[in-house]
Design a protein around this ligand. Sequence first.
Ligand SMILES: NC(=O)c1ccc[n+]([C@@H]2O[C@H](COP(=O)([O-])OP(=O)(O)OC[C@H]3O[C@@H](n4cnc5c(N)ncnc54)[C@H](O)[C@@H]3O)[C@@H](O)[C@H]2O)c1
Length: 474
Amino acid sequence: MCYGLEFGRRMLDQWAYLNGVGIAFSRPGNPTDDGHIEAFNGRLRAECLHASWFLSLADARARTKVWRRHCNEERPHSALANLTPRPSSIRLNQPEKLRSPWIRGGGRSNVVPDNSKELNMPAPYAIHRAQIKAILLAWGMPEENAETTSVILSWADLHGVDSHGMSMIPGYDKLRRAGRIKMDAHHRIVRETPLSAVVDAGGGLGHVPSYFAMGLVIEKAKKSGMAIAVVNNSAHFAAAGFYTLMAAKAGLIGMACTSASNRQVAPTFGKQAKFGTDPFSFGAPSADGVPFLLDMATTTVAAGRIRNKANEGLPAPDGWVLDSEGRPSNDPLVASEKGGFLTSLGGSPENSSYKGYGLSGMVNILTSCLSGSTLITDPMHTKKPQGLDIGHFFMAIDPTLFRDPGEFEADVATFCGELRAATPTDPAQPVMVAGDPQWKNAERRMVEGIPVGPGLLNQVRQIAQAAAAPWLLD
Ligand SMILES: NC(=O)c1ccc[n+]([C@@H]2O[C@H](COP(=O)([O-])OP(=O)(O)OC[C@H]3O[C@@H](n4cnc5c(N)ncnc54)[C@H](O)[C@@H]3O)[C@@H](O)[C@H]2O)c1
């Protein structure tokens, strides 16, 4: 692997012809979020995957010509939407041996794929992000907001948090069509001290006001040692970990949580939905450059992971959901459409689900009671004229309030290193600390691309078509 236009030419000429597989990477024109990767993954230094191809020999030859045409026309790097889309869906006309370890059904063995089968190829990160942004723009979101929102959603997909990236698009589309979220919302600070702020999100999606609020508490914590901001009149903000990572990257401890729009969890011993999946994230900087990043729903899993099973026609694994009588179920639609519930973290009272229930209470108190957004237990929750009115909470703490510079980060690195060094039960699965799964996913997906299941891909394609957004994924 190497980078740049020259490489693109050479690689497709040489690798693709010789090996039957071509991958081209080029430097980004506008690496808004790629510093996230750079910060804790030295091996991916350049690191916006700007265009990539995963090809059979025949397609590699055709694409080499396309690539040369691009180079000759000197297309600007930033014009992603104008790039010839990658061949994400290749119909193989001739049986041939696939030698790419990245091609589904391929591998380095002599696998001969079924001719008639469409291969859905993982999209390069930048194309995946560009597709999300194109849809948001087509929905009428201003450019700057669409950029930030697409960065946050594709961050989730890149880091393996598939429940909170592109898979949110169908849900956002429904809310937008129902007039429950504004695409052109403006956030504003409505109350402020050197240590705190209340932000009114203006009835739009939560990503932009949350990015703003975390940026604000980071700025305040750098001056005052710690700060908290709450956001009300908001909607879904995606993965909480994106925001706590902002703090960790600034050398601060970060905390973030949000209330939810859907009531789909019953309190312990109850069979009536009273609250949501209410996620919580905690991030801390580490001297080794690998932050600690706990990012979790207070239910056994995020609702999006169950929705993803439903999208692809798969059952929900044991312990994730209950039917309307509180009995275990594997129906991925039982909570969203059939009066059932998600389980609180712990799964059952015998396995301490009251702890997940208690954590959810904490999240709602910080996000709704503190921000003034509508309580999820209120019958008018999400039905008020202004929109969904859910609340968020963001906190940043400067460790130098308590320790000399560098001491805290050194201890975090030592602590996490000791945990990772614990003897594993299975030598093939080393011990990790919170955040490690995300970093591993990001490293792999930056190279291999971001997979999207055919069920979701089809839904997103239809949404893009209906909004007259360009389709970049095949
Ligand atoms: N916006 C919302 O309304 C909303 C609601 C619910 C969840 N979410 C988001 O959904 C996402 C997924 O939540 P989830 O609960 O399904 O996450 P999860 O169960 O996949 O992971 C939770 C955490 O556990 C850590 N982890 C996983 N395996 C580990 C291991 N073996 N050792 C150490 N740590 C490990 C991960 O690094 C992560 O921090 C999160 O990003 C969350 O913020 C958002």
